[in-house]
Design a protein around this ligand. Structure first.
Ligand SMILES: Nc1nc2c(ncn2[C@@H]2O[C@H](COP(=O)(O)OP(=O)(O)OP(=O)(O)O)[C@@H](O)[C@H]2O)c(=O)[nH]1
Ligand SMILES: [Mg+2]
Length: 399
């Protein structure tokens, strides 16, 4: 029995051993031969069956809903942008009188032509000088000023023995310029100082051009890079405040206004206060037109100025005179000056009159410089007053 068991075990061992030797050999035979060094090897790929396209539908990674029918999203209506008037930026004011000269010359040409025709005579007789005098008086130079000018001119012609028309004309121009006192300070005090805005008060009779002048000055100041606030101290009519406010909206200046029929002094006071608080450069106060012989209204104007001065002195009080009112302007200027101490004159509507000589009369009579001239209704039709350019335009021609 023992022999049988031993024989069986031996047989099993032999069989296992034989299998262990044969199977690895069979596997090794399946492998491709190792590449020999230096030979080019083309990798042989075992022929593979062409891959059949995977038809199988893979489940989508992200569950996507079936595309829904396009939903028309209603766009919210575009916000209504309120059309603000585009801010206007005027050109700097330098050299304006030269640009507007043609306009002045056009209206003055009658005066200039008259003078030139007299001056072109060979010899100036007594009546020729009288004619020159008349031309000047007609142009509102004023009797007194005219007499002085003509007297000086005659003297020069006599002493210098002036012969030619061009020479007499040149001398007349010189005399007129001299009569305009070219050395007077015509600068507008509109620059802020002591940490507060400059305050400009604009006064005059009805319809002289005060509101327009405020607007034009505001435009110039803003055009030159400054900031401006308007005080609508004409509380008689709502339309008056609207008028100045419109100017403000066009150039980007705030307007302080009060109730219709309210106290103009308090509106003016509030305007200056607001100007101080908002740190603007210049506050321009437009006042209601008033006749110089209405005592109550002139008192009211005095009060406007006094109340404003609680904030500090007014820097400029501009009297707006309509050039077409002629010598009557002198009386207006005298009374206004007594009430509010006018520091400068703005002569408007010079484009529509041949009476530009009023400039000379105003300055001589009152010693107040004409600082600005109005030469039209347009927003830029205003110029600093320059005596030489003005006289050239007044006399006309370039001879
Ligand atoms: N041709 C011309 N018209 C001007 C000039 N300045 C003002 N005007 C016109 O004169 C009219 C009166 O001007 P306003 O500025 O309203 O005068 P105002 O002094 O404020 O008038 P009130 O407030 O009613 O006293 C307007 O039609 C202006 O367009 C100017 O230099 N030339
Ligand atoms: Mg007005």
């Amino acid at each position: 029995m023992e022999y049988v068991v031993a024989a069986v075990i031996l047989l099993v061992v032999l069989i296992v051993g034989a299998v262990g030797l044969v199977v690895p050999k069979m596997r090794r035979r399946d492998l491709p031969p190792p590449p020999t060094a230096g030979s080019t090897t083309t990798l042989e790929r075992p022929p593979t069956a062409p891959e059949a396209p995977v038809e199988e539908e893979l489940p989508p990674l992200i569950e996507r809903p079936e595309p829904a029918a396009p939903v028309v999203v209603e766009e919210p209506p575009a916000p209504v942008v309120e059309e603000k008037p585009a801010l206007e930026r005027p050109e700097p004011s330098a050299g304006r009188l030269v640009r507007l000269r043609a306009r002045l010359a056009r209206s003055q040409s009658a005066f200039g032509r008259g003078l030139l025709s007299v001056l072109s005579r060979d010899h100036l007789e007594e009546e020729d000088w009288e004619e020159i005098e008349e031309s000047l008086i007609t142009a509102d130079v004023g009797i007194e000023a005219t007499q002085v000018i003509v007297e000086r001119l005659r003297e020069r012609v006599r002493i210098l023995g002036t012969k030619t028309v061009a020479e007499v004309r040149a001398q007349l121009v010189e005399e007129l310029v001299a009569a305009l006192e070219p050395d007077m300070d015509r600068s507008l005090k509109t620059a802020p100082h002591d940490g507060r805005p400059a305050v400009v008060l604009v006064v005059g009779v009805n319809g002289a051009g005060k509101t327009t002048t405020c607007g034009k000055i505001g435009r110039v100041l803003i055009g030159d890079g400054g900031t401006v606030l308007f005080g609508a101290a004409d509380t008689f009519r709502a339309a008056a405040a609207d008028q100045i406010q419109t100017w403000g909206e066009r150039v980007g200046a705030e307007t302080v206004r009060g109730p219709e029929g309210g106290d103009p002094a308090s509106v003016a006071f509030d305007a200056v206060k607001r100007g101080i608080d908002t740190n603007v450069d210049t506050v321009l106060i437009d006042t209601a037109g008033r006749l110089q012989n209405k005592v109550g209204l002139m008192d009211e104007l005095g009060k406007v100025k006094r109340v404003v001065e609680k904030h500090g002195p007014v820097d400029e009080t501009l009297l707006v005179l309509d050039a077409t009112t002629g010598q009557n302007g002198l009386e207006q200027a005298r009374v206004f000056t007594e009430v509010v101490d006018v520091t400068g004159v703005v002569l408007t509507k010079l484009d529509g009159t041949a009476k530009g000589g009023i400039v000379i009369a105003v300055q001589r009579k009152l010693g107040i410089p004409v600082k600005l001239v109005g030469l039209g209704e347009g927003p830029d039709d205003m110029a600093p007053f320059e005596p030489a350019a003005f006289v050239e335009a007044l006399v006309g021609g370039d001879a």
